[in-house]
Design a protein around this ligand. Structure first.
Ligand code: PLP
Length: 362
């Protein structure tokens, strides 16, 4: 087969494909280059300085395997997270995506229910489907909180709570999270990819209850998305099962060193960037509301706007050099667009683009 016919036939079904994979699409968000890219909620100030230095110095480390389960990194994460977390309560992975996928694969059987509030982070739902679980979407309650009664009634072997939720930006209330944990008997995964921007956490619940796993990442506040490091916090017995499903060596030697350096020397840099993000988010949301758009009340490093035509607005901003993420026809929301909050100069370009688009449509 020639290369071009292989490409042409990429849509064809593969005979040996697993049944659970047949309807699963490859995750392919738009990555077309754009001057100001606000599409993926990463740290728009860049890489923290100590992490950058360690990466430049680490070339000699890569001829050998990394450590099996990253004990040094786990110790630093435990100190950073606080709440009395110990390294035995931590699993690290190639992004928190790998922790999510390993937890679902390691703890649930094909046919079990994967319960989540819709709309949420699509990769979590895809990992559920890849493991053969049946997705059970539950509508959000009023105020964008999760609906604990509907979630508990759905009998999830795995219940996924993203808090703050992507793409709405709103955290689940503490009372709702506690109700879900109390009134269900499956694994409750609380995805805290944006916890640094919200200032609330459920880590204490993960230490008290061996059915609760909290996941976090170095991809957002920490500015290390390209290295792929994330972690989960839970009871040591749960963590061991997830590590079995994950396997050894998945956090590479550069990533491990850079994450340790970031936790040891860059925390002030990270905290300053988080404070700036939160200040810019509040300011941006006010300005966007003044333009006549309807932004949701985010507690993360992005804002979701309800709009009339998500794809049209995204295309218009792209022409003006600004990349945002379109969400056509979200459940309970309708058309919306999501944009990452970054340095104010980028936000000014975004605002002038939104102003132009808005005026054209008035
Ligand atoms: C970005 C994001 C992640 C991050 O995943 P990594 O694999 O750690 O880069 C996880 N969960 C949510 C909700 C996210 O938005």
């Amino acid at each position: 087969m020639t290369v071009s016919s292989a490409v042409q036939n990429a849509d064809e079904r593969y005979a040996l494909a697993r049944a659970a994979y047949r309807e699963i699409p490859l995750y392919t968000p738009d990555k077309t280059p754009v001057a100001i890219d606000l599409r993926d909620n990463t740290n728009l100030w860049g890489v923290p300085p100590a992490a950058a230095r360690v990466i430049a110095d680490a070339a000699r480390a890569v001829a050998r395997y990394p450590t099996l389960y990253s004990m040094d990194l786990k110790r630093r994460i435990a100190e950073y997270v606080g709440h009395g977390v110990t390294p035995e309560s931590i699993v690290v992975g190639c992004g928190s995506d790998e922790v999510l996928g390993s937890a679902i694969r390691g703890l649930a059987e094909p046919g079990d229910h994967f319960v989540y509030s819709d709309p949420t982070f699509p990769m979590a739902v895809l990992y559920g489907r890849m493991a053969g679980l049946t997705p059970v979407p539950i509508p959000f309650a009023a105020d964008w909180d999760i609906d604990p009664d509907a979630i508990s009634a759905a009998r999830g072997r795995v219940i996924y709570v993203c808090s703050p939720n992507n793409p709405t930006g709103v955290p689940a209330s503490r009372a709702s999270i506690e109700a879900v944990v109390t009134n269900s008997d499956g694994l409750v995964i609380i995805d805290e990819a944006y916890a640094e921007f919200a200032g609330v956490t459920s880590v204490d619940l993960a230490l008290e209850n061996d059915r609760v796993l909290v996941t976090r990442t170095f991809s957002k506040a920490f500015g290390l998305a390209g290295l792929r490091v994330g972690y989960g916090i839970g009871a040591p017995a749960l963590i061991r099962e997830i590590e079995k499903a994950r396997g050894p060596y998945t956090v590479n030697a550069l990533a491990e060193r850079a994450a340790v350096a970031a936790l040891t020397e860059d925390l002030e840099w990270v905290r300053e960037r988080v404070a700036e993000t939160v200040a810019n988010r509040v300011r941006l949301r006010e300005k966007i509301a003044e333009l006549g758009f309807a932004p949701l009340p985010s507690e993360s490093n992005f804002i979701l706007l309800v709009v009339r035509d998500a794809v049209g607005l995204t295309g218009r901003l792209f022409d003006l050099g600004v990349g945002i993420r379109p969400y056509p026809k979200l459940p309970r929301i309708g058309d919306a667009v999501r944009m990452t909050v970054g340095p104010w100069s980028m936000m000014q370009t975004l605002l002038s683009g939104l102003r132009t688009a808005h005026n054209e449509w008035l």
